[in-house]
Ligand binder design. Structure first.
Ligand code: BV8
Ligand code: ZN
Length: 248
């Protein structure tokens, strides 16, 4: 459990803040049973996310990539938001100005009650036309989950792809712009459960710090962000975030 002095200090900064921003990574969903990207559980059939979350992988074998996403949809579909997700949803309802940015594609923040979530890397439950005709399939994602390698097809005849951002792909301008604004205009930036390795997301807490906000890292371990964080809460998000929110 993180030391109570740090929790009290951060709660005080949040109470005095004009605006608070939180950015989450796979670590906040770990306690819902969703594999992280770099944890031991992050592999599927010995492939890592970096092997499969790329346009090249999809071009090479769309069926394999869809199998990986359907496997993840299966796990996420059975997962429940945890106390960390719920604490952030309560924070949003209690604070005058709160922005939630997530790198996750699992939709668990929305299921916990958060709204206006800035999904930097898209959402695993949506599929979109590979050719870009504009067709987007929302909801449960194409077809049933499971191990089948069927590749869904767009009404225009092109393949459908998961509506997520792969490595080497640009983030949607409007999403990254919203996130940069939320980082620039906050007095407290909470970086929760992220290895702080993937850009441009990993640059957001640095923007917040440069703009004068206090950067708080909630993580089990040190990351490249740790030296730049004003305060570190070493512990599990599902334990630390409720402890923080209960102090407000
Ligand atoms: C871009 C969606 C430019 C998909 C994801 C070389 C080649 C190609 C690209 C690059 C390159 N070098 C740099 C780049 C850029 C690249 C990048 O940053 N690579 C890194 C690896 C070096 N970035 C990109 O490619 C981005 N695009 O740069 O485009 C561009 C510009 C114009 C035109 C064209 C191109 C796009 C990156 C987005 C990739 N998509 N996901 C999908 O999900 O399938 S990334 C994926 O990994 C996640 O979304 C997340 O963002 C990222 C990092 O994962 P984390 O969330 O941090 O999770 P991780 O497992 O790593 O860590 C978990 C953490 O939680 C740990 O610290 C752990 O200690 C902690 N934890 C665990 N349990 C708990 C906990 N903490 C608290 N409580 C717990 N219980
Ligand atoms: Zn199409």
């Amino acid at each position: 459990m993180s030391d109570t002095r740090a929790l009290d200090l951060i709660a005080e900064r949040i109470r005095a803040a004009r605006a608070v921003t939180a950015m989450t990574g796979a670590g906040i969903s770990a306690e819902s049973g969703v594999p992280t990207f770099r944890g031991a559980d992050g592999l599927w059939r010995n492939y890592s996310a970096a092997d499969l979350a790329t346009p090249e992988a999809f071009t090479r074998d769309p069926g394999l990539v869809w199998q990986w996403y359907r496997w993840r949809q299966g796990i996420i579909g059975r997962a429940q938001p945890n106390a960390g997700h719920r604490a952030l949803a309560r924070l949003q309802s209690r604070l005058a100005a709160f922005s939630l940015i997530t790198q996750n594609v699992d939709g668990l923040h929305q299921r916990a009650g958060s709204s206006g979530v800035i999904e930097l890397h898209g959402n695993i439950w949506r599929a979109r036309c590979l050719r870009g005709c504009g067709y987007v399939e929302d909801g449960t994602g194409p077809g049933s989950s499971g191990e089948e390698d069927r590749v869904p097809v767009c009404p225009c005849g092109a393949l459908l792809r998961p509506d997520v951002v792969w490595f080497g792909e640009a983030l949607a301008d409007d999403r990254i712009e919203l996130a940069v604004q939320a980082a620039r205009n906050c007095d407290v930036f909470l970086a929760v459960g992220t290895s702080s390795l993937v850009y441009p997301a990993a640059g957001l807490p640095l923007i917040a710090g440069r703009a004068g906000g206090v950067v708080v890292e909630v993580n089990l371990e040190d990351t490249p962000l740790t030296p730049h964080a004003g305060l570190v809460l070493r512990g599990r998000a599902a334990e630390v975030l409720p402890a923080l929110e209960s102090r407000l």
